[in-house]
Design a protein around this ligand. Structure first.
Ligand SMILES: [Zn+2]
Length: 91
């Protein structure tokens, strides 16, 4: 997820960098919220724009509605392939 957000911001020419990408091995020994990957915007003036981009992407992901496969299964919107018969979403 952090990598995805990082790519999104880079694609919009926002100067940013990833932190904590290699710390997940420390989970269990370090407080967990200090181990999550983080995306840092280098220029504070980009923050509002970056936040809006990310919010839009997250909202789009949530708004992908459930879909019904030809086999009759109702599939949650975040999946593009039917878990039952492996047919891809057609629309
Ligand atoms: Zn199916």
């Amino acid at each position: 997820m952090a990598g995805h957000v990082h790519s999104l911001l880079k694609a919009n020419e926002i100067d940013c960098h990833l932190r904590n990408m290699n710390l997940s091995g420390g989970i269990g020994e370090l407080p967990i919220n200090e181990c999550w990957p983080e995306v840092w915007v280098n220029d504070e003036s980009d923050y509002a724009f970056a936040k809006r981009l990310i919010d839009n992407v997250l909202a789009d992901a949530e708004n992908q509605g459930d879909w019904q496969c030809q086999c009759g299964e109702l599939i949650e919107g975040q999946f593009d392939v039917c878990w039952s018969c492996a047919t891809e979403r057609s629309n």
